[in-house]
Design a protein around this ligand. Structure first.
Ligand code: SF4
Length: 155
């Protein structure tokens, strides 16, 4: 998996102060995509064990009260990313007690395959669906267009 950027402290992608990882790779090609540079799975930087350990350490660090991890992109559930994301969310749930996980994907919940569903079983909030320009609404929280759905599984 490649990633575009990692924010150790982020207050705009999900509730509370968060760590946020923007991965590379998305196959949805939404018209009006606001993140075109992230679509190529080979763009950005290689995701490394060091970065994963850094994310876990940041979530465990009590000096900043981080509420959880946000995963965006690109698409964290792109076929090139799903194994690595599953490994990351499994670690967060076992090593970072009390931290929540939010994930943005262009797939809808009903479209997910078995491997993608394993990720969903471990996260707290899913924002799903493609960005649809004719349903764009700047007043929406956490979403770009009104077709996208916020699924709160555990929060
Ligand atoms: S799902 Fe998001 S990143 Fe992917 S093409 Fe659509 S708007 Fe762009």
């Amino acid at each position: 998996m490649n990633y575009q950027k990692y924010h150790q402290v982020d207050v705009v992608n999900g509730e509370g102060t968060r760590c946020t990882l923007f991965v590379s790779g998305c196959e949805h090609n939404c018209r009006g995509c606001y993140n075109q540079t992230t679509l190529n799975p080979n763009s950005g930087h290689p995701y490394t064990q060091e970065l994963e350990d850094q994310i876990i350490a940041d979530l465990q660090d009590t000096r900043i009260k981080r509420r959880g991890l946000s995963l965006s992109g690109g698409d964290p559930l792109h076929p090139a990313n799903v194994d690595t994301i599953l490994h990351l969310v499994t670690r967060v749930k076992s090593e970072c007690s009390g931290k929540d996980i939010w994930l943005w994907t262009g797939y809808t919940l009903s479209e997910l395959n078995e491997k993608q569903k394993k990720v969903i079983e471990l996260i707290d909030v899913l924002i799903d669906g493609k960005f649809e320009q004719d349903k764009k609404d700047l007043n929406l929280e956490w979403r770009g267009s009104s077709n996208q759905v916020i699924h709160r599984f555990k929060l």
